[in-house]
Design a protein around this ligand. Structure first.
Ligand code: PMP
Length: 285
């Protein structure tokens, strides 16, 4: 995967894919001082491109560093690397991090902040689950309190428990894992937000300790446009049993139905299909 054709935008230059390396003493590799984005381009246009670039800048600020590029420059970088790779429908991965330099300990005031943008083709994130519904494990890890981590940042360090949760899920034959938060409320999956349907109304966890996804926000708007009631609230574990439908939202996941969470089953029903289709049309509009 390292040894392939294509180019990656790195610190203002396009470099061959196989040469896009960093030094082993990169601060981010040791201390997780990195933030990133996940975006999708449809027909040559990145959905909510500017919002993603703005979130990248904000995530860096939440980790106490400044990306040395403006939102406009980040927009140009994404367009440039897509064009150079001849891609119109792809996943876009900007990454910003504290690099290597005189600081080798925890502090990193003197090391340069670096940035890269890679693009690649990425089909359905959950594969076949996109059609028949994902099977979710229940993770043993909890989303931490916003007093413990900068939970609204899309920060690499916050994914440590996601990778472990997802591996545990795969080992049990599941597609992904659902995580509870530090209080025991339903939170999200390892890389996507979660929604439930009951009696024709939609319920989704209040985004007060996890990423308030751009897809989540879009889907809430699309549902409200359809005059469907959406409740953003704390959801107890005991409520899982009573929900009829469930789906995940995320840039990579788009709208993916959920068929099972632990011992609970959900119907891949009409509203799930409807919102998945509406989202698909919306991103291409
Ligand atoms: N939660 C987590 C942990 C994620 O990684 C993502 C994907 N970025 C999301 C939620 C959904 O965010 P978005 O809709 O902005 O892609």
């Amino acid at each position: 995967y390292d040894d392939r054709d294509g180019v990656i935008w790195m610190d203002g230059k396009l470099v061959p894919w196989r040469d896009a390396n960093v030094h082993i003493l990169t601060h981010a590799l040791h201390y997780a001082s990195a933030v990133f984005e996940g975006e999708r381009a449809y027909g040559g246009k990145i959905f909510k491109s500017r919002e993603h670039s703005e979130r990248l800048k904000r995530s860096a600020n939440m980790l106490d560093f400044e990306i040395p590029y403006t939102v406009d420059q980040i927009e140009d970088a994404k367009a440039e690397v897509m064009k150079a790779n001849g891609m119109t429908d792809c996943y876009v991965r900007p990454l910003a991090w504290r690099g290597s330099g005189p600081d080798m300990g925890v502090a990193s005031e003197q090391n340069p902040v670096r940035m890269a943008v890679a693009v690649w083709e990425w089909g359905a994130y959950y594969g076949a689950a996109k059609m028949k519904g994902a099977k979710l494990d229940i993770s043993k890890w909890k989303r931490p309190s916003p007093e413990t981590v900068p939970s609204q940042a899309k920060a690499s360090g916050l994914y440590m428990i996601c990778t472990m949760s997802k591996h545990a899920a795969h080992a049990k034959g599941c597609t992904d894992a659902m995580m509870f938060d530090y209080r025991g409320y339903v939170a999200e999956a390892t890389g996507a937000n979660i929604f439930f349907v009951k009696d024709g109304e939609v319920h989704t966890p209040k985004a007060d300790c996890f990423l308030n996804g751009l897809t989540r926000q879009t889907v809430i708007e699309l549902l409200r446009d359809k005059q469907i009631k959406v409740h953003e609230r704390h959801i107890e574990a005991s409520e899982l049993e009573g929900f009829e439908q469930c789906w995940l939202t995320g840039t990579a996941a788009e709208v993916t139905p959920v068929a099972e969470i632990g011992d609970y089953n959900f119907e891949v029903g009409a509203l799930t299909h409807d919102i998945a289709e509406t989202y698909e049309k919306h991103v291409r509009a």
